[in-house]
Design a protein around this ligand. Structure first.
Ligand SMILES: Cc1ncc(COP(=O)(O)O)c(C=O)c1O
Length: 393
């Protein structure tokens, strides 16, 4: 019998044997592609539809013209690390050593991946609070670790520390936290850090604190960094992202602050994942950080967008959940439909021309609270149009 080309290739080529066979294209890409195909308004993917500050773009051009085209030191351009240390002092009153405690990474994504690869060994358990950012669990699995999930509940999505303490075992290697929280918009407070401190005291547990939205907090509240707690900081990898802070998600520049020995473990991996981060971007961001005005104005800038989006929804049948930080607004649609959130989100694209992210996809158990995530890092006209479309449902 005649073989097809595929059959012939299959006969001579081994099966790739995927390391993540159950992982498909990320939900953000799926919903964005669907939105583009349907011509729908895309409030699904979490990136701004406005540019980085002009001054930052000019700094980038300046550094390209100045010939900053070669590898930087693997930990990052020294001036950028010094500026990160200065920002950490300015924002949190905390001293960090730019040489031994700050590592510049290819976005927070690489900081997360390299840290997990460095720290998680086969058989280790890593506790995640669901809904959790989508890159956490695959990275833990690739390192041979097992994720243990504790579910946060609407409307406030506050951590239940007793529940978390109950899943700690002698195999627990790491706990991962995210504040301000994507997708929930919730913040960790002093009491949360106190409880965490009690839970990890005397254990061998390490911590990842994903603080990429550190400068996006509302209503006069302040972001509290894990770096402010010496007993947590000594075992923590604290991450941030200039993509979020400077409306430049495509630049992929982030960083991780950790004690010297932990930073060194991260750097062992980072040097082979990417070696260093795009050099001219690092120089441009170092220049921008000289003036804190931009990130000091971010809370008001994004609060105006959050408030505009919420006001545009005032006549709708959606219930607005609290949003204290990040650039995401959760909407409960249980008064509108009993469909599951994935079906409902798909129908919003097909029938109502607006794309969002169903929150169940961030839960390992696919828990469906009938809640969708909308990104409000958009210009005023887009937010107004989003409000119109949603009010019509
Ligand atoms: C909670 C969280 N962590 C990490 C990242 C990744 O950040 P970066 O774009 O700097 O890799 C994102 C991006 O959306 C995020 O929302």
């Amino acid at each position: 019998m005649k073989q097809t080309v595929d059959q012939a290739v299959a006969a001579i080529r081994p099966d790739p044997g995927s390391r993540l066979p159950d992982v498909g294209l990320s939900i953000f890409a799926v919903m964005s592609q669907k939105a583009a195909a349907a011509g729908a308004l895309n409030l699904a993917q979490g990136f701004p539809d406005f540019p980085p500050p002009q001054s930052l773009q000019q700094q980038l051009k300046k550094h390209i013209d100045a010939g900053h085209h070669q590898y930087s030191p693997l930990a990052g351009v020294p001036l950028l690390r010094a500026q990160i240390a200065a920002k950490t002092r300015h924002c949190y009153g905390v001293e960090v050593d730019p040489d031994t405690e700050v590592t510049v990474t290819t976005g927070a994504t690489e900081a997360l991946f390299s840290t997990i690869t460095a720290m998680v060994r086969p058989g280790d358990e890593v506790i995640l609070l669901d809904p959790a950012y989508d890159s956490y669990a695959p990275a833990v699995r690739l390192a041979g670790g097992k994720t243990v999930h504790v579910a946060l509940q609407p409307p406030d999505y506050r951590p239940d520390w007793d529940q978390l303490a109950a899943v700690v075992t002698d195999k627990t290697r790491m706990i991962m936290l995210n504040t301000p929280h994507n997708p929930c918009g919730s913040l960790l407070g002093h009491d949360d850090y106190q409880r965490l401190q009690q839970i990890v005291a005397g254990t061998g547990i390490f911590l990842i604190s994903d603080e990429v939205y550190e400068h996006i907090v509302f209503d006069g509240q302040t972001h509290i960094s894990m770096l402010q707690y010496p007993q947590l900081r000594e075992r923590a990898f604290v991450m941030s992202s200039f993509g979020k802070t400077y409306h430049a998600t495509g630049w992929k520049v982030g960083y991780c602050v950790a004690p010297p020995d932990l930073s060194w473990e991260l750097r062992r991996i980072h040097q082979f994942v990417t070696f260093c981060v795009t050099t001219p971007m690092q120089h441009a961001i170092a220049d921008a950080l000289e003036d804190p005005t931009h990130y000091e104005e971010l809370p008001a800038f994004y609060q105006a967008k959050r408030d505009a989006f919420r006001a545009a929804l005032s006549g709708s049948r959606f219930k607005l959940l609290p949003c204290h930080g990040s650039y995401f607004q959760l909407l409960d649609y249980s008064a509108i439909s009993s469909e599951n959130d994935v079906d409902f989100a798909n129908r919003l694209i097909d029938e109502h021309g607006i794309a969002s992210i169903p929150v169940s996809v961030f839960y390992q158990q696919r828990i469906d609270h009938k809640v969708l995530r909308f990104c409000f890092a958009k210009d005023a006209a887009t937010l107004a149009r989003g409000g119109e479309l949603l009010c019509a449902i």
